[in-house]
Write a protein that binds this ligand. Structure first.
Ligand code: 173
Length: 317
């Protein structure tokens, strides 16, 4: 009897356990169905097709499930397994993350030049998450206003920001107020703000065009919307499941190239919606962009000069 039991146990240990399908809980920091949730939604769909029997994602929802600025904590703690989030919404956990939107190259370049490993390492060490993918390449940020401005002097204006724009807008004299995207419409409607920072894409998603008169050109920086996987969840996945997620990550990152055409369509839709362009040119445009870069990097250097230099070397090529 004892012999039999031991044999059965040995056999059970020797046979690889039939890997069970794992389901990950996924949440987005942006409203579901809107511009910056869409790539994540396409990724979820792909994983649920290619990962059948291996790994699936249960797409729980957006800010109604986890408030925008809480999502970083939730994926860090494992309350959420995979999050679609931008560094500006989790600066509390990864202050250096603000460097990501200062990139002038693509995620494909960053995977090649070692920057991806550096950024993934920072996410793992400081936030307990795997940095799985970056979307948003080729999309710039702009200032949108309710009143005309005639130059880069923003003094007297109260602007809705996130950490993306704060250093720049404050350097130009504005008063910055941080809000989640979900509060922008009401802030405009109440006249609590004179404008806001936002990318070229997505202004019409939540009806902000109704409250927006002007877009200031040129745009600056580059959007980063990242897929983060809780590190304990990631480490417990089979190699096959990791492979499914990494393949879908590379697939969605390749689609970042489509943003160039989408930007044009969005600019046309804004024009159609009555948003006028205030276009800085020549020295004014240069000063605008120079302040964006210098104020942005100064904020990163203040946090950790050594890592800032490493990041700059591989993000700005
Ligand atoms: O303006 C924002 O809320 C913001 O920082 C952002 C970042 C990436 C995509 C869209 C918005």
């Amino acid at each position: 009897m004892k012999y039999l039991a031991t044999t059965a146990l040995t056999l059970a240990l020797a046979l690889p356990a039939a890997a069970e399908e794992v389901t990950l809980r996924g949440v987005t920091a942006f409203a579901t169905g809107t511009t910056f949730s869409r790539p994540f939604e396409a990724f979820v769909e792909r994983v649920n097709e290619t990962g059948e029997g291996v790994v699936q994602i249960d797409y729980v929802g957006g800010p109604e499930a986890v408030p925008t600025f809480e999502l970083g904590n939730a994926v860090s703690a494992g309350v959420v397994d995979i999050a679609n989030n931008t560094t500006a919404f989790y600066t509390n956990l990864l202050p250096l993350g603000d460097a990501l939107h200062l990139a002038t190259n693509t995620i494909q370049d960053q995977r090649e030049n070692g920057c991806y490993e550096l950024i993934d390492g920072l996410h793992q060490a400081q936030m307990n998450v795997k940095y799985l993918a970056r979307t948003g390449d080729n999309i710039q940020f702009h200032l949108y206003t309710t009143e005309p401005i005639d130059g880069p002097d923003l003094s007297g204006l109260t602007l809705r920001t996130t950490p993306v724009y704060r250093a720049m807008f404050e350097a130009l004299g504005a008063t910055a107020v941080r809000t989640a995207p979900g509060e922008v419409y009401t802030a405009l409607e109440r006249g609590a703000i004179d404008g806001y920072g936002w990318p070229i894409q997505g202004v019409l998603d939540l009806g902000w065009d109704e409250q927006t008169e002007y877009r200031v050109d040129p745009g600056f920086y580059q959007v980063d919307v990242n897929f983060l996987v809780n590190l304990d969840t990631w480490n417990a996945l089979s190699d096959e499941a990791k492979g499914v997620l990494e393949e879908a990550a590379a697939w969605i990152e390749a689609k970042n190239a489509e943003n160039i055409a989408i930007n044009e369509a969005e600019a046309a839709a804004q024009e159609e919606a009555g948003i006028e362009v205030i276009a800085f040119t020549g020295e004014t445009a240069e000063a605008w962009l120079e302040t964006a870069q210098s104020a942005g990097w100064a904020a990163i250097e203040d946090i950790d000069a050594e890592t800032a230099a490493e990041l700059k070397a591989c993000l700005v090529e």
